[in-house]
Design a protein around this ligand. Structure first.
Ligand code: GRF
Length: 202
């Protein structure tokens, strides 16, 4: 394996299916030099935290309301990320905005997974938005995080067809399957670039 290990922190607030996928692949060496070494969550009881606890993955679970406000919470989070030698931050269903404190320390090393073909259907419930817009095609996007919402430079997208007879559940399932293929692909490629000392941010 070329180069050094790349330490990855995942941020998640929900079921954690993307965390589970990344962690499992990383443990098998399928993320190249990338390994998931920390979970950050604002929802102490979510599926992602439950999974991390099961596999003894270190977790930092709290939210800024209980940590004296966003700036103090982000400063604490940045200190944790640095203590774990984090190289890459992956947001996978993290429902909080990443503020300036984080971006100053990790600009260009924070990526987000969004379940639409950005710039279409930004924000919450993107799959539901696409479903009710009756588009023939939607998709998933991995992009760099900037100060906006779902607005940073796009890294990779995967298209997902929508069939007329699809239920919303059918579409959600197909979108999650696409996520579970796209995100590991991008994380592996970025990890390999970082391990070679290449700059990943365009
Ligand atoms: C994913 O669809 C992600 O794109 C969105 O939130 C969902 C997280 O799903 N931002 P999971 O918690 O990884 O299962």
């Amino acid at each position: 394996m070329e180069g050094r290990a790349i330490n990855i922190a995942v941020f998640a607030s929900g079921a954690g299916s993307n965390l589970r996928q990344l962690y499992t692949l990383g443990e098998r060496g399928d993320l190249g030099p990338g390994h998931i070494v920390l979970l950050i969550s604002d929802q102490p009881n979510c599926g992602a935290v439950q999974f991390a606890t099961q596999v003894s993955l270190p977790v930092m679970a709290a939210n800024h309301k209980s940590q004296g406000g966003r700036d103090l919470w982000e400063a604490t989070m940045v200190a944790q990320l640095q203590a774990h030698g984090i190289d890459l931050v992956v947001l996978a269903g993290y429902m909080r905005i990443i503020g300036n404190t984080m971006l100053q320390s990790f600009q260009g090393r924070v990526i987000n997974l969004h379940p639409s073909l950005l710039p279409a259907f930004q924000g919450l419930d993107a799959v539901k938005q696409a479903f009710y817009a009756q588009v023939a095609e939607t998709g998933v996007t991995v992009h760099f995080v900037d100060e906006g919402l779902d607005s940073g430079p796009i890294i990779r997208q995967m298209r997902v067809p929508v069939a007329p007879q699809d239920s919303l559940e059918d579409l959600l399932h197909r979108v999650h399957e696409a996520e579970h293929r796209l995100l590991p692909q991008v994380v592996r490629e970025l990890s390999e670039m970082m391990a070679k000392g290449q700059d990943i941010f365009q």
